[in-house]
Ligand binder design. Structure first.
Ligand SMILES: [Zn+2]
Length: 140
């Protein structure tokens, strides 16, 4: 996916990650749940959701908040970059927790192309240091 035409803020990034993570069961997410998980007040969560809606990444239906297909692609991109860079920084000697935290500040800015280069250089790791799978978009 070409991310150059959609830019996110850190808060929007966190919102996408949380939306995906707390909606794993059959049930989509309510605004109250989202604001609790993001640790912000409901009006702030609503503002984030409206911004993501304008970017085509989120949709609202009957009081529920869902990721669109584009939103899910964005999520997978962020996670892919995140896990590749986790390998990189841990290999450079950073401890995993710190690596994870630091990478959360830029995993939504970089695109898959950069992550692919780093991953190649690292010998194509298939898992992040947490043991989670590294999956390229479109190959899930
Ligand atoms: Zn992590």
């Amino acid at each position: 996916m070409d991310k150059s035409n959609i830019t996110l803020t850190k808060k929007e990034r966190d919102c996408i990650i949380i939306l995906k993570r707390i909606s794993t069961n059959e049930f989509p997410v309510k605004l109250s749940e989202l604001s609790k998980a993001l640790n912000v007040k409901p009006p702030t969560a609503l503002e984030l959701v409206s911004r993501l809606e304008k970017k085509g990444l989120v949709k609202r239906s009957k009081g529920m908040i869902l990721l669109t297909n584009e939103g899910r692609v964005m999520y997978r991109n962020i996670v892919y970059v995140h896990r590749v860079f986790e390998n990189f920084l841990v290999e450079c000697g950073l401890d995993l927790e710190e690596a994870c935290e630091k990478i959360s500040n830029f995993d939504y800015i970089l695109d898959e192309k950069i992550a692919n280069l780093i991953r190649n250089r690292l010998g194509m790791p298939s898992k992040c240091p947490h043991g989670r799978e590294i999956i390229e978009n479109g190959k899930a």
